[in-house]
Design a protein around this ligand. Structure first.
Ligand SMILES: Nc1ncnc2c1ncn2[C@@H]1O[C@H](COP(=O)(O)OP(=O)(O)O)[C@@H](O)[C@H]1O
Ligand code: SF4
Ligand SMILES: [Mg+2]
Length: 364
């Protein structure tokens, strides 16, 4: 079966500095050879610290920016080969919602206008039926139809995110990229939005790419998880397998910061030493070697390839076979959070602040 979305060898370097003659003199290696696929109706989570390239991948997948190399296939078709009209049709199939719904909703438009715009743009619903469709969309995201006459500033953050979700749903997409959709929301309403997204997926058969700096948030929504570090995927696996037994030292560190669901289970937090290197000058060899507790000489010179075991669990680490099993290194602050609410509440972190988001980075 063909995946809904297949991404192969995606590369995007941004010019960070130019000489006085305008020649590029420095590049940010934002995305540096990323491959993954997303099945219809499933969720792939992209996880990693702020600046690792998650939003750039999202924009590349939607062809909002052009890659330097690599391919993106949607339902088997090469997105980079689409002409303007085919691209317009693709934009119906794939939508994006952002961290800050307030910034993405026009403050001068009513909710009704915001939701009618895509219907008109894609000529989806005849004008006499549009009001009905707007009300249907509002109900779908748990808002009252009478809210249609209000403006974005009249809503709470959570309600605004619901409006942004309704706008994405207006065109009946097959894929929604959710770029940090709950990171700017109060802890108390994060789980409501996550539950809404899950419910909509079940009802509408949507696929998601769920982008987050916080592994705890993706735990209850992801089918597969890809962990990113400095523009590359270091581990990708079924969510269950990754949460039960993360193989890559970076994933282990991220995971060690999540409170343990069982009250009696103990595990120690792995505190990464040193600052996250800059994407301007990623370290040679394994890009994680400057912070990895298991680094050896080989790690400083040789780039590890992302290699899959027989179960589709892939890891980019020279020492996968030699590392201690995750249980023995994971375990000690013994927090617990049996429900999603509590799990999410444990991470009160504001938007994209890595130190609060999962990994304590000593020195930043
Ligand atoms: N338009 C741009 N121009 C230059 N650098 C960029 C641009 N967009 C992103 N970057 C850089 O690319 C890297 C990855 O950014 P981003 O994809 O936003 O990461 P994330 O979403 O994981 O926080 C960062 O170093 C960021 O500063
Ligand atoms: S390749 Fe080396 S530095 Fe990189 S994660 Fe594995 S052990 Fe650590
Ligand atoms: Mg981002």
């Amino acid at each position: 079966m063909t995946a809904l979305l297949e991404v192969e060898g995606l590369v995007k370097h941004f010019v960070a500095d130019r000489s006085v003659f305008g020649r590029p003199t420095a590049h940010v290696k934002a995305v540096d050879g990323v491959s993954f696929s997303v099945e219809a109706g499933k969720t792939l989570a992209l996880v990693g610290e702020s600046g690792c390239g998650k939003s750039t991948v999202s924009r590349l997948v939607l062809r909002l920016i052009e890659p330097d190399a690599g391919t993106v296939r949607f339902e088997g078709r090469d997105l980079l080969a689409l002409d303007a009209n085919q691209l317009r049709i693709f934009r119906r199939d794939a939508q994006i919602i952002f961290q800050d719904p307030y910034a993405s909703l026009n403050p001068r438009m009513t909710v009704s206008q915001i939701l009618t715009e895509p219907l008109a743009l894609h000529d989806l619903v005849p004008p006499p039926r549009r009001r009905e469709r707007v009300e249907e969309l509002l109900r779908l995201v748990g808002l009252e139809p009478r809210f249609a006459r209000r403006y974005p500033h009249e809503f709470s953050g959570g309600q605004r995110q619901r409006i942004a979700i309704a706008r994405a749903l207006a065109v009946e997409p097959k894929l929604i990229i959710c770029d940090e959709p709950v990171s700017a929301l109060d802890v108390s309403i994060r789980s409501q939005i996550l539950n809404l997204l899950r419910d909509l997926q079940d009802r509408l058969g949507l696929a998601y790419i769920f982008v987050s700096h916080d592994l705890a948030v993706v735990k209850h929504i992801a089918d597969r998880v890809a962990v990113m570090n400095l523009g590359t995927i270091v581990e990708i696996a079924e969510a269950q397998a990754l949460f039960a037994a993360p193989t890559h030292p970076y994933s282990r560190a991220l995971l060690s910061a999540i409170p343990v669901p069982k009250p009696r289970a103990k595990r120690s937090r792995i505190v990464l030493q040193g600052e996250m290197p800059s994407a301007l000058r990623p370290p040679p060899g394994c890009r994680f070697h400057t912070r990895c507790p298991y680094a050896i000489e080989r790690c400083r010179v040789e780039v590890p390839q992302l290699l899959a075991d027989g179960t589709g669990h892939a890891t980019a680490c020279h020492r996968t076979a030699e590392l201690p099993p995750p249980e023995s290194i994971v375990p000690a602050d013994g927090g617990f959070s049996p429900t999603l609410e509590k799990l999410v509440a444990a991470f009160s972190g504001g938007a994209e602040v890595p130190a609060r988001a999962g990994v304590d980075i000593v020195g930043t």
